[in-house]
Design a protein around this ligand. Structure first.
Ligand code: FES
Length: 335
């Protein structure tokens, strides 16, 4: 018998489940819940039969499906070397329906479902790291800091919160041994992103996760850095001023041989699934990466919040739940 819990594909009997293909998933038990800061709970999830959970790398996230049928992505913020459980950090305010359910209704002992870990925010090897976190956005960065310390790489955390006392997991992060700079809007010690990050540090990488204002400020301050040296994790779709309507266009499915028309008011994902071509999906907002599909030819109008500008320019994959064809282009997908 395997000592690793087995991921299965659910039959989709949940009335709230999306009508499209769901990723493989695993039922787990809430083994502990703990306050990590004001308004922030951590959940520890373990396999029902006590076996080890599938491995994950720093930066990975899972889809969490709750007993009320809601589904949302959360970063894995525990220690990747301890596969006895997954740990998630969940903020109550502003976190949406799932987070509210966790805080108000979910209790230790209950069963929930998680997807296989997925990583759009992998930690690359670098000489040093700058981690920039806004509040609960620190969660994907914690395993990265742990890894950087284990690898002997110097790192700095620029940690922004309303109050320093609101900073989740702070004691745990302090024990990891990096340099921590706390920034609090209430104390008037807001992070000066430009002053801290505009100067390129050769060999360093920046990893940033937090609210849109912080991410945009970091993006704007780091334009002189090599494109690949600055990475972001979006947990809500980023707003884009340039996203107008795009008309209908054709998608050619290279493997099945089907040619489909995507109307202006529908997504590529919907049209593929209606035609019987199952593309797994989860967030349907361009933030989780589940529906990523290889592009053979055609120009993609990328509307996701995952791909870097270099990956967009390479035009090798697209998120079919949000991205479309550029005007006048026909997409050929490897599907
Ligand atoms: Fe999440 Fe498309 S389903 S990116």
């Amino acid at each position: 018998m395997s000592d690793t819990a087995e991921m299965t594909t659910p039959a989709g009997t949940d009335a709230n489940a999306p009508s499209v293909a769901a990723p493989s998933s695993l039922q787990v038990r809430v083994r502990a819940m703990r306050w990590e800061a004001s308004g922030v709970l951590s959940l520890e999830l373990s396999a029902v039969d006590g076996t080890l959970l599938p491995p994950f790398e720093p930066g990975a996230h899972v889809d969490l499906r709750l007993p009320d049928g809601t589904l949302r992505q959360y970063s894995l913020c525990g220690d990747p070397s301890d596969r006895s459980h997954y740990r998630l950090g969940i903020r109550a305010v502003g976190g949406g329906v799932s987070s509210t359910f966790v805080h108000r209704r979910l209790r230790p002992g209950e069963l929930v479902t998680v997807s296989a870990p997925r990583n759009n925010f992998a930690l690359e090897d670098a000489e040093s790291y700058i981690f920039v976190a806004g509040g609960i956005g620190v969660t994907p960065l914690i395993p990265m800091m742990r890894q950087a310390s284990a690898d002997g790489r110097p790192w700095t955390l620029l940690y922004c919160n309303k109050r320093d006392s609101d900073a989740p997991f702070l004691d745990e992060i302090r024990a990891l041994g990096g340099a921590i700079s706390l920034h609090s809007s209430e104390a008037g010690t807001r992070l000066d992103v430009e002053a801290q990050l505009a100067g390129v540090q050769t060999g360093a990488m920046i990893y940033c996760c937090g609210p849109e204002g912080l991410m945009t400020a970091v993006e704007e301050a780091t334009t002189a850095w090599p494109q690949d040296a600055v990475r972001f994790e979006w947990f809500a779709p980023r707003s884009r001023a340039d996203e107008g309507a795009s008309g209908s266009f054709e998608v050619v499915c290279n493997i099945s041989g089907l040619t489909l028309t995507v109307p202006e008011d529908r997504t590529v994902l919907d049209v593929l699934n209606d035609a019987g071509i199952e593309v797994p999906c989860s967030c349907q907002q361009g933030i989780c990466g589940t529906c990523e599909t290889r592009v053979v030819s055609g120009e993609v109008d990328h509307r996701d919040s995952i791909l870097s500008s270099a990956e967009r320019a390479a035009n090798q994959t697209m998120m079919t739940c949000v991205s479309r064809a550029k005007a006048g282009s026909r997409l050929v997908l490897d599907i």
